[in-house]
Structures are given as structure tokens and as C-alpha cells.
Write a protein that binds this ligand. Sequence first.
Ligand code: PMP
Length: 454
Amino acid sequence: MLSNSLIELDRAHLVHPVASYRGHERAGVRVLRSAKGATVTDAGGRELLDGFAGLWCVNAGYGQDSIVEAAARQMRELPYATAYFGLGSEPAIRLAAALAERAPGDLNHVYFTLGGSDAVDTTVRLIRYYQTVRGRPEKDQFISLDQGYHGSSTVGAGLTALPAFHAQFGLPFPWQHKIPSPYPYRNPVGGDPEAIIAASLAALRAKAEEVGGPGRVAAFYAEPIQGSGGVIVPPPGWLRAMRDLCAELDILFVADEVITGFGRTGPLFACSEEEIVPDLMTTAKGLTSGYVPMGAVFLSDRVYDAIADGAGEAAVGHGYTYSAHPVSAAVGLEVLRLYEDGLLENGRRAGARLLAGLHGLAGHPLVGEVRGRGLLAAVELVTDKARRTPLPAAADPARRIFDRAWDNGLVLRAFGTGILGFAPPLCCTPAEIDALVERTRRTLDQTLADPDVR
Ligand code: PMP
């Protein structure tokens, strides 16, 4: 049994990310003790199916011995090497080369970070540098999407469009702007893909004009599927249309693949699905499957060469102590091997089964929409299907749904007014996917019976 003292120590000392501090103190921590495959075990010995792969990151599943061995081997041999002073390590160099080979188009240059937030920060810094050294320093405005998520650094949180990341933090910065999300289920122009694409194109043009014209805009950021905003899947063709407009307006197009990268939607990168080559691409999470922290920024030849030529012999002043960490890189190489040794394929099969299973819940009285791609999916709940009325926010439906699913042996993500998010590990078996769907159905039935949520 979990000793009460651990709960007390957590309450007294551990500050949790994106949490109500007082709410967490009241509820107390739920401690996880161990995990294997897609199953996590809590401190009381209860097993739960992890339908969210930690925080959409443990794509390879837990307890993969070959990953543990790769990390241990590297730790024994060379636990740390700086990439400053012109130094390097073999795993970091090999991982950069392997990623460049697999990335879309000419994204041939890789900058390693510690995670997604500093990957996004890195893009903002390098984009400002790029625009300056090419003689366009006035291109200093950045545009992203409503419902977008681009991290929790001060700069990234400003690109993020979630209200809790802005209020009280003095964000966004005046140079950070938003345009509406393509959100097919709740788009004022309706659900027609052509209309949604046209509206997004018009919105980007209009926002560029509003900030002084495209000549003022440095970059536009988009997730191929919006994750933390509620797993919002843009219509097919949307990504390509936005990418093409950015090229036309001389605005850099940044694909934030921190969630969608590394098999989450099927292929290694979601951009490949629409044959998009962004100017920059951010990744993290599945890069190391969450076993150790690491992110990676991909730069196109054009962006890299302009920075390199612009800097000349001067140092480009951007770096982290843990840039290109050898242990993280060794883990990344082994995780990449696993993806290509059947994991991506299993993920695609599991994803098709997951979406079919969740679509089987569409007739449930609370289900407004089922959406997703690969092993990234959402079920959006409503109290009135015709009006698409969200569950009452005052009842804190996300908390209730998360707690019920937990009691049913399922870890899922519950957003805002009742969007259930799923991102299970790519190693899931058919039986695990079926159990996930069944436990979701039970959670929905219990939510329907809850008078406060109707
Ligand atoms: N970008 C996207 C699209 C993300 O989903 C996240 C994290 N959920 C981040 C950036 C930030 O990554 P991290 O939490 O590793 O800093």
C-alpha cells in the first residue's frame, strides 16, 4: 500500500504542472509504481490500461528492455558530452543523420533540445536570426492557431492559445497573433472541407495585413493535428493549402510535430502523409518514447544555409548544456530501430481498430463526434447532439470523466468541457484496444447517469 507519508510529502513539496495547486493538495497524488507494455501499475498494485501513453509520448510502450540497455550502455561508456566547443558524440551524430534521412524533403539539419517547449523556443530564436541575417529584420511577427499548443516556455506559451497559459502571465507578447482553428465540428463556416480551408487561408491573409502586411510576418505555426486543444483534425488538404500560402507570402511554415511525430498518426511524420515539406519542424515525445527527455528541431537547407552564411565566423548564440545529449540520442536510435522493426506497422493496425471501436460509440447519447487519425483520437461529448451543446463547465466534466475512467482501469485525457483524448502506445494488442473502447463505453454510461453533468 502507498504510505500516507508519500502523499503528504507530495502535498507539501512537489509542485505539479498545469494543476490547480489547492485542488491537487485536496485530491492528493496518485503514485505510479511500475509499467509494462501499455499497462501501468499504481502504488496500491492496481493495473490500468494507459490510453494516453503517459503524456502522448511512450509510443514504444513501457518496459522495452532494448531501450533500457541502450541507455545503460551509453551511460557506462560516455554519460555526457557537450556539443559546445566543436565536440560531439557518436549517437548524437548518428541520430541526426538517421532523422535527416527520414524527414520530409530537405529538412536535413537537426538541432537537439530537451523537449518540445525548448524546441519551439529554438525555432523562434533561429527564425528571428534567419530573417535578420537575410536582411528582413522587420519580419518579426508570429502567427499561430486558436486551440494551438506550442509549449510552456515564455515564448512558446505565447504561441500556445490556451487561456490558462496567458492570464496572469502577461502573455501573449504583442508580436504573437492567432487565427481561428480549422476545427471542423465547431467551425462558424460549417463542416465543409473546402469552406474550412478557404476560411483559414483568408484568415491568414487578413491577419498578415492587420499586422502590417506579409512583409512583417516571420512565421506561421501549425500542428498537423491539434493535440492539447482537443485533438482537432483539420480537413484533408488544409495543411498543404496553408503551407502553400506561406510559401507564396514568404512566411516560414513551422510544423509542430511534437505529438504527431514518430508514428502517432501512422507514418513517422504526419507531414509526410500530405507530402508537405515545412521550413522548420519540431519534434519531441516519441523521439525517445519518453524514456529520457529529448526534442529535435529540423531545419530546411534554405533556412540552415542562410543562418550559416549570415553568421559567417560568428557564433550563433543559441545552446543548451544538454543539447545533443548522448544518452538521449542512444535511446532515440534504439527507439527508431523499434519503430521500423514492426512498431509503426502495429501502431497503424491498432489505430484502425481504435478508430473503428470509438466510431462504434457514436450512437451513445453523449457522443457528439468521434475523430482522429492513427493512434490519436478524441470523442467529443455534448448534452444535445443537434445543438452540439458542450457539457456544463461548472460541473468540471473533465475531472469527473478522468476519475471515472481511472476507476474503470483506464487512463485517458479529458479536456475542458468533455473531450476524451486517446493516444495509447503503438505496441497495443487488439485485446487492449478493445478493452480501452469498452472501458470508455462504461465511463460514458456512468457520465450519462450523473445528474450534474446533464
Ligand atoms: N508542441 C506541442 C504540439 C506539444 O504537444 C507539446 C507538449 N504537449 C509541446 C510543444 C511542448 O513539449 P514539452 O512539454 O516537451 O516541452
